[in-house]
Ligand binder design. Structure first.
Ligand code: NIG
Ligand code: FE
Length: 408
């Protein structure tokens, strides 16, 4: 074994490797640098891990899981949309607000007005809330710039959050989110501009881990998303898709056919989409925060996903319009209560399957030898409690890249 830095012993482990929770009753995790070097029963701890140079932390029966993964957020944005929240409570729909020039376009105006530093400050404060819940990997999308300058500033802000905080940030270029007003008469021209100028510039700066598009009546048609995806595929960039959130445009199937990592939202996804996603191994990323805040009544077809063995992930969708929800534990609870997920599915959704939706399952999402030593420690009797409590955070410690943040 390579040099050992730290050993966590007497933990109840939910490794999330294999099926289910992967429980080890009295477990130990040995850390070397930023990696997991050994996992097993405390009784079997390798003698090297008991050397005087090794920092041994006794978890006294607390639960340890992989660090959580929030695989779908729009964490970088300017302003807020609490005024629209009030309007929606009075009965105006999300689509009506969007078609009236509000919605995403109102956040675009506020984001264009914000400096890089303002964006990083605001996003870091939101990210700290997620970190306190044991999140170690976070996805952040662009999509509120809709021009080269602001989209790049958003992606740089996402990179800035990673520089500032102990967090692994995956940057997604959400190239097709809304049509800017000044391109209203030239949709095809806008798609070409996004591909040839914005995407190319973001790629050249190393700011793109994946691309995304919003496939919807109020956003972009399947054909437009396909054109963008083909350009991204040529560059070898992984694909994600906001699919079938407000209507069924066959987005789930489109994501599957294009070989996307994930299709996200999926309230209106058809049985055919669920089947295509199962065949392709496309992850269904469910976003119960948006369902809740939009007072949606149609839940995604979870039974069809299960029947087709579609991996299910859960995420906050943290954004100022449809999901101002800064808690991944809350997403777990809502996923169970509103979508009928089991607490085990919810935990898999924010660990292994979240990692898969980001294309980083080789490195994070479960407690396995060789993966990043990104871990969360919980004061609970059983991991099902992570989905059970609402507005109560039982995370008492977090390990990022092998280093322990805090332990009460
Ligand atoms: O994931 N659906 C599209 N995009 C975001 C909402 C963006 C917004 O309303 O600002 C979402 O729900
Ligand atoms: Fe989203």
């Amino acid at each position: 074994m390579t040099t050992i830095d730290r050993a966590f012993i007497h933990a109840k482990l939910a490794t999330l490797s294999g099926e289910g929770l992967g429980v080890v009753d009295d477990g130990a995790v040995v850390v070397s640098g930023d990696r997991i070097a050994w996992v097993g029963a405390t009784d079997d701890l390798p003698t090297e891990a008991r050397a005087a140079s090794v920092e041994v932390l006794d978890l006294s029966g607390r639960w340890m899981t992989p660090g959580l993964v929030d695989c779908h957020t729009h964490l970088v944005f300017g302003g807020d949309r609490a005024d629209e929240f009030e309007k929606r409570l009075e009965g105006v729909s999300y689509e009506e607000i969007a078609r009236g020039g509000g919605g995403i376009l109102s956040t675009v105006r506020a984001t264009r007005d914000a400096s890089l530093e303002e964006l990083v400050d605001a996003a870091s404060s939101r990210a700290r809330g997620l970190i306190s819940e044991g999140v170690t990997t976070l996805e952040i999308k662009s999509g509120y710039g809709l021009d080269s300058e602001t989209e790049l500033r958003m992606l740089r802000a996402a990179a800035g959050v990673q520089e500032r905080l102990a967090l692994n940030v995956r940057k997604t270029f959400l190239g097709l989110h809304a049509l800017p007003v000044d391109w209203a008469e030239d949709r095809a021209g806008y798609v070409s501009y996004v591909i040839a100028e914005v995407f190319e510039a973001a790629l050249a700066e190393g700011l793109v881990d994946a691309v995304d598009a919003f496939c919807e009546g109020i956003a972009f048609q399947p054909e437009e998303c396909t054109t963008f995806f083909e350009a991204a595929r040529k560059q070898g960039v992984p694909l994600r898709l906001h699919a079938d959130q407000l209507s069924d445009l066959g987005g789930g199937a489109l994501a599957a056919w294009m070989g996307a990592l994930s299709a996200d939202h999926l309230e209106y996804a058809s049985a055919a989409s669920a089947q295509a996603m199962g065949e392709a191994g496309t992850v269904a990323v469910l976003l119960p925060g948006a369902f809740h805040f939009l007072r949606e009544t149609k839940a995604p077809p979870v039974d069809a996903f299960r029947a087709n063995r579609v991996p299910i992930a859960l995420a906050t969708d943290l954004n100022p319009g449809s999901s101002p929800m800064g808690s991944l534990l809350t997403a777990m609870n809502l996923g169970c209560v509103l979508f009928g997920l089991t607490p085990v599915e919810a935990l898999r959704g924010v660990t292994v399957n979240g990692a898969r939706a980001l294309g980083v399952a080789e490195a994070v999402g479960s407690i396995e030898v060789g993966k990043m030593a990104d871990l969360a420690i919980w004061e609970v009797g059983h991991p099902r409690e992570l989905a059970y409590w609402l507005g109560r955070n039982p995370c008492v410690g977090r390990v990022f890249s092998g280093r322990l943040d805090d332990l009460d």
